[in-house]
Design a protein around this ligand. Structure first.
Ligand code: SF4
Ligand code: SF4
Length: 415
């Protein structure tokens, strides 16, 4: 694609990056076939190709309007288009650059601004979010049905976290909402890894990965969260932890981008690159260790439909791995049509774009249920909670299912 960037952006790092991305796009439109919003709305401006064109116009100095912002807001940042694109167009980065510029030029109505501010302020504060969630769960019977429907049911107890007794150690990201919404996920990961001689540890003071604020028009604040998390992890990195393990693929995709996002920060570039290089989704860690885990598993798994989050399959480019591990662990994977399409969770999208999100959820739940599973498994807290509230079968993180397949604790390896 030919470009002619305007003076305000041409010789900036963002301008150069965006220009390189734009020039790769040949306008073929293959990406429209897998874009959830284009499939629902049929509007070129709600397709990747249309949004790329909108960002190109913005970078070339064409005046942006609230319509431009709306079409970018409707994008789920699922990155299915990146997986489909034969030219390697990094749409996600282009969207980030475009959104930042649009936010600087188009003032949102005060209601939208207030909602975004509240989300950015509350969701990333683990204790505050946990307290509000508990309050919502206690008062749920007295709330109007529409409000009550938005309050997730209380989560199963996490169970005991094993002591850090092994020489092999890995860090785990606690995250912001997961400890309240699904505290068992990381505890189950810690117990599974403990059985094969790896201690999983949470760093004191480690908070949100920054994805939340980064994708709510507060990109600089999102980078501050990233720096704070690197600071909390760094002493453990220096002590020799093998990896940073992430059980929420949305957060994992963000942490794996730290090296790129902080590449121009002289104080953090090197550390950020190292953190990104050592970050692994829990499936990547378990794949490497599965030969040792397999003898400890009792192969009596049931029928499971796996929902691969976009942040896993498109964001981190991890495709089919979790499904293979579940199959090796004795689960029967049921077929799921259109597994490449987003469920409509997409961070805060389900709150900010409720209508589109509901339609995507309905389609996804029908696809997941079509193979008659007993459980739906996934690997991102956002998708898990989003799907669980309307699913006919339980929705859980797959590592909790894996833990249930483990035999007696006496068979631990590598103590
Ligand atoms: S982003 Fe890729 S698939 Fe989409 S129009 Fe451009 S080159 Fe084609
Ligand atoms: S990120 Fe997803 S919703 Fe956005 S343009 Fe690409 S495919 Fe469509």
């Amino acid at each position: 694609m030919q470009t002619s960037l305007a003076d305000f952006i041409r010789d900036t790092p963002d301008g150069r990056e965006a220009d390189a991305i734009l020039r790769k796009c040949v306008h073929c439109g293959f990406c429209t076939a897998t874009c959830p919003t284009y499939l629902l709305l049929g509007d070129e401006n709600d397709s990747p190709r249309g949004r790329i064109y909108l960002v190109k116009q913005l970078l070339e100095g064409v005046e942006v309007t609230a319509r431009t912002q709306l079409h970018l807001d409707r994008c789920l940042t699922c990155r299915a288009c990146e997986t489909t694109c034969p030219s390697g167009v990094r749409y996600g980065r282009l969207a980030d650059i475009g959104r930042k510029l649009v936010a600087e030029r188009v003032a949102r109505p005060w209601r939208q601004q207030a909602r975004r501010r509240v989300l950015a302020a509350v969701l990333r504060r683990r204790l505050l979010f946990g307290a509000l969630l508990r309050l919502g769960q206690l008062t749920r019977p007295f709330l109007p049905p529409r409000l009550a429907a938005g309050v997730p049911a209380p989560a199963p107890a996490p169970g005991a976290w094993p002591p850090a007794r092994h020489a092999r150690k890995m860090l785990v990201l606690a995250g912001c909402v997961q400890p309240s919404l699904a505290p068992r996920t990381n505890a189950a990961a810690a117990r599974v890894l403990d059985r094969i001689g790896i201690s999983l540890i949470e760093a004191a003071g480690a908070g949100c990965c920054g994805a939340l604020r980064f994708h709510l028009d507060y990109q600089q604040h999102g980078l501050e969260d990233a720096r704070a998390l690197i600071d909390a992890w760094w002493p453990h990195v220096e002590k020799g932890v093998e990896a940073v393990v992430v059980t929420a693929s949305g957060c994992g995709a963000q942490v794996k981008e730290y090296g790129h996002l902080l590449a121009r920060d002289p104080h953090y570039a090197e550390k950020a690159a190292r953190i990104s290089a050592m970050t692994r989704d829990i499936a990547e860690v378990l794949e490497a260790e599965f030969d040792r885990l397999e003898p400890l598993l009792e192969k009596t798994g049931g029928r499971v439909a796996f929902h691969p989050p976009c942040s896993l399959q498109h964001g981190q480019n991890i495709k089919g791995l979790t499904e293979r591990l579940l199959a090796r662990a004795g689960f029967e994977l049921t077929p799921v049509p259109d597994a490449h399409l987003c469920c409509g969770s997409a961070g805060t999208y389900s709150i900010l774009q409720p209508e589109l999100s509901r339609r995507l959820k309905r389609n996804k739940l029908a696809a997941l249920a079509s193979g008659d599973p007993r459980t739906v498994a996934t690997s991102n807290i956002g998708c898990q909670i989003h799907l669980a509230d309307a699913s006919a079968v339980p929705v859980t993180h797959w590592v909790t299912l894996l833990e249930e397949r483990l035999g007696p604790a006496s068979s631990t390896i590598g103590r």
